[in-house]
Design a protein around this ligand. Structure first.
Ligand code: NAP
Length: 289
């Protein structure tokens, strides 16, 4: 028997979690739609991740988000994993599903849809073109998978400070790389690839506050009109990379829209409703941006 639930609870599993904007976004959306749902943050030490995941079932949580450092480590403790989360190699969303008397925890990755959302209006211009991603961490994996699956680039360069790690990402993604587009290079040597790419994505924390003077690519003359430069960093809203690329005529996309879109994709799976994204944007504006 499923226990009667007064309030639906969703939590963020991470370590640490106190700086996350997810509670602000989801609670604003729940309130706007009059839903008796609450989003909380629960710091979970890596040594207690398995117990925390079991606890989601025991406490009848309706779902969860997963953040650093648990996005990969959580996978063995779930009952099912979506194809895209398996292909990316990371789960950022858990959905609780009821199957008769049994409860199932399904892992998904909404960073893929979140990343693609602000690119929709640029799809025609970008499909099949050359692209470049700075970084080879968890977010870069979602970006690379999304680009290979949806925009089929002619060339997709992973420019990373640790090329060996990036090679592993390229190997993991090879099954989605029908055009043999992937290439790996050290960041320092990425000049020609930056110049030739129609889409340049920053998937490193470079430029994030408080180190706002940093940028993954200080060679501003490599940016030009006709390029889209997309920074996953969302604090500050306008990073040095975006400001400098825009000054050279490139079209900038900041990380906030991805943040909202990945949250919206999770919200819809938990509640069955579309997230009121304007309310969420407003709630974030009231934050310190
Ligand atoms: P991650 O797994 O820790 O990966 C970070 C990547 O950046 C790694 O490849 C790392 O290289 C590289 N890096 C770190 N410091 C660097 C430096 N000083 N110079 C060159 N490369 C450096 O982190 P993540 O989860 O992928 O997140 C990356 C960024 O994306 C963060 O700023 C995060 O806030 C942002 N993000 C935004 C959204 C959104 O919704 N807008 C979603 C996810 C992530 P090594 O492998 O050599 O360490």
């Amino acid at each position: 028997m499923t226990p009667e639930i007064q309030t639906h609870l969703v939590t963020l599993l991470g370590y640490p979690v106190q700086h996350s904007l997810s509670p602000r976004m989801h609670n604003a959306a729940f309130a706007a739609q009059g839903l008796n749902w609450r989003y909380v943050s629960t710091p979970v030490h890596p040594s207690q991740l398995q117990e925390a995941v079991s606890g989601l079932k025991a406490l009848s949580f309706s779902g969860a988000n997963v953040t650093i450092p648990h996005k990969e480590a959580v996978m063995p403790w779930l009952d099912a994993i979506s194809d895209r989360a398996r292909h990316v190699g990371a789960v950022n969303t858990i959905v609780t599903e009821q199957d008769g008397d049994s409860t199932r925890l399904r892992g998904d990755n909404t960073d893929v849809a979140g990343f693609l959302s602000p690119l929709q209006s640029h799809e025609d211009a970008l499909a099949g073109e050359s692209m470049l991603v700075f970084g080879s961490g968890g977010a870069a994996r979602a970006v690379i998978y999304a680009l290979l699956q949806h925009l089929e680039p002619e060339r997709l360069t992973i420019a990373a400070r640790s090329p060996r790690k990036a090679e592993h990402v390229a190997i993991d993604m090879a099954g989605f790389d029908g055009r043999s587009a992937l290439e790996v290079m050290p960041m320092k040597k990425a000049g020609p690839a930056v110049r030739e790419s129609r889409l340049v994505v920053n998937a490193t924390p470079l430029g994030m506050e408080p180190d706002e003077e940093r940028t993954p690519w200080p060679e501003v003359e490599d940016f030009s009109e006709g390029q889209v430069v997309y920074d996953l960093v969302y604090a500050p809203l306008e990073t040095r990379l975006l400001r400098e690329a825009a000054a050279r005529g490139a079209r900038p996309i900041g990380g906030l829209e991805m943040l909202i879109a990945q949250a919206a994709a999770a919200y819809e799976q938990w509640t069955g409703r579309a997230m009121p994204v304007d309310v969420v944007r407003e709630a974030l504006r009231e934050h310190a941006f």
